[in-house]
Ligand binder design. Structure first.
Ligand code: NAD
Length: 399
């Protein structure tokens, strides 16, 4: 994954004619914090925070709890964050954190102890003007609220601007939970409109119907009820229904901890079959490397939306781009979360609480503007969309 990101960066730096020093600088993180967290019961976990670039503002990026977290993965995600915040024009930098843990194997007490100890290990390096973490895979507002509380106890900071993704009573922003999914839909609709295809009813499939995937579908149901959600999946399996699923019903099923392998109102298919479905839009909202050399030739969807980070590998990007598929790149497609995180931080600092409508309007402005820039660059320069996204971000970061 890190290699793939670097290959995209090489393409983009090459296109801009940036010298070797800049190429090296782009890939290097400013700081890597690596430590162990020991629980009172003797369990021990590897923890990371990588701060990639803060040229445009404080480091910004989520914290992931997953058994496959590695330093390389956190570095890649931190790099992507610097490019994401730049691509959509936020005054923020890029960072990422993670703990190598399967949170499902911990009790609630162990999870809280782990979370508070993560903040104890990092508090000197983070803060409202320095580095503002947020939730990511397997972390949520409850975990972030513990982090804010721990940070306050350690530093005395009561602004609550030290983290974003907080619960609403604790200073979170309305609209943050749906923001990433919503942003992806806004970007896709804007792209289709620019292409002259904005009015067509479409079919779509969502690989990874979690937070991001389910809010993508909920936003489609709100904004484009003429589109049909024909398939959805989780890590275990997928369900298919040519007549379409109700996004709300699927979201309620997932919220009640259901698995699609037990879902009866559709045909059971595998994740690989979902990726190969003959749909207009394939929404990739699971994890990285979902479409690679192994399965890229099976993809039939004209449009792929990278809602996860790096769900399409470099080779698959090249192949699908050559075949005329349209790939809305992660650094723009999934930037809705960091945009509303930024809006949460702004509200905390000004001691304000905005309505959901106001938040959504601001989000739409950022997404539309970034997608228009992307469209202009791609059509004027005849380059792949991901490369174009990196070029636009690089211009803001280094020119
Ligand atoms: P989540 O844990 O809520 O949902 C992920 C979903 O993907 C789950 O349903 C899981 O079962 C499924 N999944 C995991 N592996 C899969 C696989 N191999 N095949 C099919 N499905 C699989 O996480 P999320 O918050 O929705 O994040 C999803 C992705 O979006 C991640 O890559 C994350 O980094 C990225 N992202 C999230 C946000 C955010 O605001 N949450 C912002 C930007 C990017």
């Amino acid at each position: 994954m890190l290699d793939d990101t670097h290959r995209f960066l090489d393409l983009a730096t090459g296109r801009l004619g940036l010298d070797e020093n800049v190429q090296k600088q782009v890939k290097k993180a400013n700081a890597e914090h690596i430590f162990k967290i020991d629980l009172d019961n003797g369990k021990s976990f590897n923890a990371y925070r990588v701060q990639h670039n803060n040229q445009r503002g404080p480091y910004k990026g989520g914290i992931r709890y997953h058994q496959n977290v590695t330093l390389d993965e956190v570095k890649t995600l931190a790099t992507l964050m610097s490019f994401k915040t730049a691509a959509v024009g936020l005054p923020l930098g890029g960072g990422k954190g993670g703990i190598e843990v399967n949170p499902r194997e911990l009790s609630a007490e162990e999870l809280e102890e782990l979370t508070r100890k993560y903040v104890r290990g990092l508090h000197q390096h983070i803060g409202p003007d320095q580095d503002v973490p947020a939730p990511d895979v397997n972390t949520n507002s409850t975990i972030i609220d513990w982090m804010v509380d721990e940070y306050e106890q350690l530093t005395g900071d009561t602004s609550r601007a030290s983290f974003t993704g907080k619960s609403i009573p604790n200073g979170g922003s309305l609209g943050r939970d749906a923001a990433t999914g919503r942003g992806g839909v806004l970007s896709l609709i804007e792209w289709l409109t620019l292409e002259g295809n904005g009015e067509k009813p479409l079919t779509y499939a969502v690989q990874g119907f979690g937070n991001v995937g389910s809010f993508f579908a909920a936003t489609v149901a709100e904004m484009r009820p003429d589109w049909t959600l024909v398939a959805a999946s989780d890590s275990q399996g997928a369900v298919y229904n040519a007549d379409g699923f109700d996004a709300d019903v699927l979201q309620q099923f997932k919220d009640s901890k259901g698995r699609f392998t037990d879902y009866k109102q559709g045909k059971q298919i595998t994740n690989e079959e979902l990726i190969a479905l003959d749909v207009d839009v394939l929404v990739l909202a699971g994890l990285e490397d979902a479409v690679s050399k192994e399965n890229m030739k099976a993809v039939k969807a004209k449009y792929l939306v990278e809602m996860a980070n790096s769900p399409v590998t470099f080779d698959a990007h090249e192949y699908l781009g050559d075949k005329g598929h349209v790939l809305v790149p992660d650094i723009i497609a999934n930037a809705g979360g960091v945009i509303v995180s930024y809006l949460e931080w702004v509200q905390n600092r000004a001691d304000e609480k905005w309505s959901k409508d106001k938040v959504n309007q601001r989000l739409a402005k950022y997404m539309k503007s970034a997608t228009n820039d992307l469209y202009d660059y791609v059509t004027e320069n005849h380059v792949g969309m991901k490369e174009a996204g990196f070029v636009l971000a690089l211009k803001k970061l280094y020119e």
